[in-house]
Design a protein around this ligand. Structure first.
Ligand SMILES: [Cu+2]
Length: 139
């Protein structure tokens, strides 16, 4: 009986591990702006190669006081940004956070950032698993 329980545990932990590796983050970067500007946009390509929908529910970085998920929309002929509660990653698809669309909003840098600096981003998924991602500060 003990053996069966142990095996079941192994199976669960193995699947949890491989699952998180099925979401890849590529080419993450933050647009450099003068230090007086309190917000910066960040972009990244997220590839969910797993067969299930994933949902990002939180973003955090030690380099910024707050990180939000935004979407740029047109409302009454004006460009506007709205904050999203979460970011859904459909199964087997690529979600691009890019200028003019969905993006990260990195609010209030803790210290001045330079071009080429690497900033760590902690991504939290709906199942409470987390993934650490690097973002590079670029022009
Ligand atoms: Cu924004």
């Amino acid at each position: 009986m003990k053996k069966i329980v142990f095996l079941a545990f192994l199976l669960i932990s193995a699947s949890a591990f491989s699952d998180s590796n099925l979401v890849q983050f590529n080419n993450g970067w933050i647009k450099q702006l003068p230090p007086v500007v309190p917000m910066r946009a960040g972009y990244i390509n997220i590839n969910n190669s797993s067969p299930t929908v994933k949902k990002i529910v939180a973003l955090q970085s030690t380099a910024f006081e707050k990180v939000e998920i935004h979407e740029t929309i047109m409302a009454d002929g004006m460009m506007k940004m709205i904050e999203l509660d979460s970011l859904e990653l459909p199964a087997k698809s690529l979600v691009e956070l890019k200028p003019g669309g969905k993006h990260m909003m990195l609010i209030t840098p803790v210290q001045p950032l330079n071009i080429g600096d690497k900033v760590e981003l902690l991504v939290t998924f709906e199942d409470e698993s987390t993934q650490s991602v690097m973002l590079e500060v670029k022009k």
